[in-house]
Ligand binder design. Structure first.
Ligand code: RIB
Length: 301
């Protein structure tokens, strides 16, 4: 069986539903609050595991009530969390999610995620070595991500980097990446930092791909997702669903993409099923509730 290892953050998401986002200096009331398990690492690991593929999650939580609740919740998935680190005297990561009808804004306090250092990689080097794919994001220290990607490449493991939330990516790190999956805003930041954006997404994607031998896939919310292959940009539209909550759609995309890549699907098919999975995931509240199982996903293919 193929194996995927996800390295990343775990958060307790405090989801507050509001009519609209507050303006600077304004106080508004939220009508509902929900505590839901999130964090880009944890969300992506759940998305992968629902594809019925062997999945391990590496990351850190605090030794507190939220940390316990996250572990209890994740242990109900077919996901190996036995290598999670429990950090003493440090709070579990918290994300305050302001959710409006069609959108969201998130503020994260990293807490224990900041303790995810290279020791976590070293202690779990066998898991990384045996994986087919390593999937990472940037909600833990970037040095740890770079080290894990480097080790994965040394072992011949395929690597996927979801550069979210965006941080400037060291040139050396890119060398260890096989696939990079920014959303359109993150891609704009990648361009302005490096090459200077032309303002046209396709032109910029081609330009970036000329300079970097990494497969580029850009997720574009309701406009679907675009990827570069053989010097061409292809866009795959998303399917129409009734939107309840878009939180975690990008994570679902990345998790299913990792599964498809581990299964050696063509890039077009991989992007297509990842996009369908991401669309399905936004039909329920919270990052993980709407993530499809492989059975559900297959109904749409
Ligand atoms: O990508 C969505 C996630 O971003 C949320 O679950 C939140 O925890 C933040 O990490």
């Amino acid at each position: 069986m193929k194996k995927i290892v996800v390295l990343g953050s775990l958060n307790m998401d405090m989801v507050m539903t509001t009519e609209r986002l507050p303006m600077i200096g304004e106080t508004i009331c939220s009508d509902q609050i929900h505590y839901m398990v999130g964090g880009k690492g944890s969300n992506q690991a759940v998305a992968v595991s629902r594809m019925g593929i062997s999945t391990s999650l590496l990351g850190c939580v605090g030794n507190d009530a939220f940390g316990e609740r996250i572990q209890k919740h994740l242990s109900r998935e077919t996901l190996d969390i036995s290598s999670l680190n429990i950090i003493e005297d440090t709070p579990t990561g918290i994300a305050t999610v302001f959710k409006t009808k069609n959108n969201n804004a998130i503020v994260v306090n990293s807490g224990a995620n900041d303790c995810c250092d290279r020791r976590i990689v070293e202690e779990n080097i066998e898991i990384i070595k045996q994986a087919d794919v390593l999937l990472a994001q940037l909600e833990i220290p970037i040095e740890t991500v770079e080290y894990a990607l480097q080790k994965a490449k040394e072992f011949g493991v395929t690597t996927i980097l979801n550069p979210a939330p965006y941080k400037e990516i060291p040139i050396g790190l890119i060398e260890y990446v096989d696939y990079i999956t920014p959303n359109d805003t993150e891609f704009e930041s990648m361009m302005s930092g490096e090459l200077g954006s032309s303002g046209d997404l396709e032109t910029d994607m081609l330009e970036w791909s000329k300079q970097n031998s990494v497969k580029l896939i850009v997720t574009r919310s309701s406009q679907g997702s675009s990827y570069v292959e053989n010097g061409q940009v292809t866009t795959i539209p998303c399917i129409n669903v009734d939107v309840v909550d878009t939180t975690g759609a990008g994570d679902t995309f990345n998790g299913i993409l990792a599964y498809a890549i581990a299964e050696k699907m063509e890039l077009r098919d991989a992007v297509r099923i990842a996009g369908i999975g991401a669309s399905l995931s936004i039909r329920a509240l919270g990052a993980q509730s709407g993530m499809p199982s492989i059975k559900e996903l297959k109904k749409y293919l």
